[in-house]
Ligand binder design. Structure first.
Ligand SMILES: [Zn+2]
Ligand SMILES: [Zn+2]
Length: 694
């Protein structure tokens, strides 16, 4: 009895002590940065080896915008480890961002004396000399940096930026092209390249670059405006500048005997050509055909309105709130207020939409599109023609897997993708999902899961679907939330960390590294070196995965950042950007935007990604450094980031790494990313055919 009391007392004492002084790391994750810094400082004072604690304090102070204090803490850390090149380098950056170029140069040079090959110190020296206007030294250090991180598109971008400053147009152009070769989604590199082309009078090329910006950043204000400006100056038709992809023959796949059985699965409805929020695009005009011939029928009446011969293209136009069906010569075959169906004349046939410059929706304008199953068309008042693909689930997956991952990836990662894509569909089909009001189960964009139809199909991915037919991911016997993302940046994020994602026990945070290794969460100092470096990870997989998806950077001008933030929040001139709350993975889950008029805190994942600059960040896994003039005003923002997507669930690049580098099979891959789940095989129950009408 007495003993038990003692234990109880001890427990009370312990929790009281904990409540009085939370660990500095917890304060850092919570975004209580100044409290975290002072907790690290007192830890440093009471610790023989306080160097690490000073470094952590410095990182918290820097994140809070206190660069001067952060530099002070770094100097204290140097007393413990006077020969640490990383410390000198980060000290150099703190000085650089405060416009102390002499101090920065000395720190970077010391770092390089200690460690000859230090990419971040080389970048630092280049940045210092760039600001001092020393062309030769700037370029020499950037070239060294490029040799140390050759795959990193950020290097070429910074090189280009400097070439432009030094008025070296040709070199700038080449560097931008190189950056885009390494990272086609690098919009910040595409815009100046378009500008260079426009200044040289190469209007077609400039127009093409702006067009490609819109591929990655739909509705980008500068690109949209410039395309209109350039339209009158083009010497070629847009279709000649960017020839559409054409489908001229039926698709012939390696014989897959199992394919026939796939068509027995349940039918699902997919919104086609959707916007980035998953809504129907504005379709004013569509041109379609089938290699097998098409029957056009009324959905409600079942009446056949037209039989279109094989390979003959007809059109549908949105006119006066109706869908006008027209034959090859323009003859109107009907104007429909209800839904009409385009059904291939043969089982296993497909519907092809032909690219046409008359289509207002870029999805149907730039490329031919081909779909299994059949198509439903209907007028959406004030908007255009709705397009839904009704297709058997397993046949739909044939088009999803190659749209989501590269068909040449290690085979077991394709199977993992097939299982989780299938699970996503069944969850959405059962619950109605976000597109219930839109009248389909999923859209065809990244908003739900990418689906480019039959033209995307590949033999490897089709085999992966067939071999996993009916298999889904389950937790306690029910379909699991099988979220996935392109690249986690090296650490997956638990769903409960992110506003609005719920708490599923199998959506956990863990390092995305070889399954045998384990790693504890990174403290602020380790995180800094990790996010700005090139660490080991399953998803750091050169040759298979673009390096720019694993590590990326952005430099955003103050003018652009202030403009972008004020479009959503009236904060006035932006004075500071402070990431507050972080997941143990390092993902930022709330960010404070400090303006001259007022401050706002943004907590939603997609809002955080969209508010910083004109094109959204690839992920919320980032570190931001603010570069200021001597007078303290902001000059620009340097963002070092990792990964692509929300980092919850399966890392697609990491799955490729687990399969390719470590020989894991798809069950092991799914167990790695969704611990505690099972794979079960469902049986599709065919609906009994309707009895014939009496
Ligand atoms: Zn969607
Ligand atoms: Zn990963």
């Amino acid at each position: 009895m007495r003993r038990l009391n003692l234990i109880l007392l001890f427990a009370v004492f312990q929790s009281a002590a904990y409540a009085a002084a939370p660990a500095p790391y917890d304060l850092y994750l919570k975004g209580d940065l100044l409290a975290a810094a002072s907790a690290y400082m007192s830890e440093a004072a009471s610790n023989q080896d306080g160097g690490r604690a000073f470094l952590n304090a410095a990182m918290c102070l820097r994140q809070a915008g206190r660069y001067h204090d952060a530099a002070g803490a770094m100097l204290k850390a140097l007393a413990f480890s006077p020969h640490d090149a990383d410390i000198y380098t980060e000290l150099g950056w703190l000085k650089f961002h405060q416009a102390d170029y002499d101090g920065a140069r000395m720190a970077f040079e010391t770092a390089i004396t200690i460690q000859e090959l230090h990419p971040r110190a080389e970048l630092g020296l280049a940045s210092v000399y760039s600001n001092l206007g020393d062309k030769e030294k700037t370029l020499a250090h950037l070239e060294k940096y490029r040799r140390l991180r050759p795959d990193f598109a950020g290097v070429d971008y910074i090189l280009a930026w400097n070439y432009m400053n030094f008025n070296m147009q040709k070199e700038a152009e080449d560097a931008l092209i190189e950056a885009l070769r390494k990272d086609p989604s690098f919009t910040e590199a595409r815009l100046p390249l378009a500008g260079i082309y426009a200044r040289q009078g190469k209007f077609n090329e400039a127009w093409n670059q702006y067009y490609r910006v819109l591929d990655y950043a739909p509705g980008h204000p500068v690109a949209s405006k410039m395309m209109k400006v350039l339209e009158g100056k083009l010497t070629k038709q847009p279709e000649e500048i960017r020839p559409p992809f054409r489908i001229t023959r039926p698709l012939v796949m390696a014989p897959l005997d199992a394919l026939a059985s796939l068509s027995d699965s349940v039918r699902i409805r997919v919104g086609i050509g959707s916007t980035n929020t998953g809504k129907q695009g504005r379709n004013n005009f569509l041109k379609f055909k089938s290699f097998e011939g098409l029957a056009v029928t009324g959905k409600a009446s079942g009446k056949v309105f037209a039989q279109i011969p094989p390979d003959e293209a007809w059109t549908a136009a949105y006119e006066d709130g109706k869908v006008a069906l027209k034959g090859r010569d323009g003859t109107v075959y009907g104007r429909f207020q209800g839904k009409i169906l385009l059904k291939p004349a043969k089982k296993g046939g497909s519907v092809v939409f032909e690219a046409s410059s008359k289509c207002s929706n870029p999805w149907f304008r730039g490329s031919d599109r081909q779909y299994r199953g059949y198509i439903e068309l209907y007028p959406i008042p004030g908007r255009g023609i709705g397009v839904v693909n009704v297709v058997e689930n397993e046949l739909y997956l044939l088009g999803v897997v190659p749209s989501e991952v590269a068909p040449q990836w290690p085979y077991e990662s394709l199977k993992a993708q097939a299982v989780i894509a299938r699970t996503q569909v069944l969850i959405r089909r059962a619950r109605g999902g976000v597109h219930k009001k839109d009248g389909y189960h999923l859209c065809d964009g990244e908003h739900c899961q990418a689906y480019n139809g039959m033209s995307a199909e590949a033999n490897t991915t089709s085999r992966a679907v067939v071999e996993t037919e009916g298999e889904i991911l389950t937790y306690h016997g029910r379909p699991a939330y099988s979220f996935y993302h392109a690249n986690c940046g090296g650490w997956t994020q638990a769903s409960k960390e992110v506003t609005g994602w719920g708490d599923s026990p199998y959506l956990v945070t863990k390092p995305d590294i070889a399954p045998s290794k384990s790693e504890s969460p990174l403290d602020p100092w380790a995180f800094q070196l990790w996010i700005t470096g090139n660490p080991q990870a399953n998803c750091n997989y050169p040759g298979r995965v673009r390096s720019s998806e694993f590590r990326w950077m952005k430099i955003i001008r103050q003018k652009d950042m202030t403009f972008r933030v004020n479009r959503d929040y009236d904060v006035g001139e932006l004075l500071d950007v402070i990431p507050l709350r972080r997941s143990p993975s390092g993902n930022v889950n709330s960010i404070k935007l400090v303006g001259r008029k007022r401050s706002v805190t943004v907590t939603k994942e997609h809002l955080i990604r969209n508010i910083l600059g004109f094109t959204s960040l690839k992920s919320t896994l980032f570190e931001i450094e603010i570069n200021r003039f001597k007078n303290g005003r902001v000059r620009n923002y340097w963002i070092y980031g990792g990964g692509w997507g929300h980092a919850i669930g399966m890392c697609q690049s990491g799955a490729a790494g687990l399969a390719g580098k470590f020989g894991r099979n798809y069950r092991e891959i799914l167990d790695f990313y969704f611990p505690g789940t099972d794979i079960r095989r469902i049986k599709y129950v065919k609906m009994p055919a309707k009895p014939p009408a009496p």
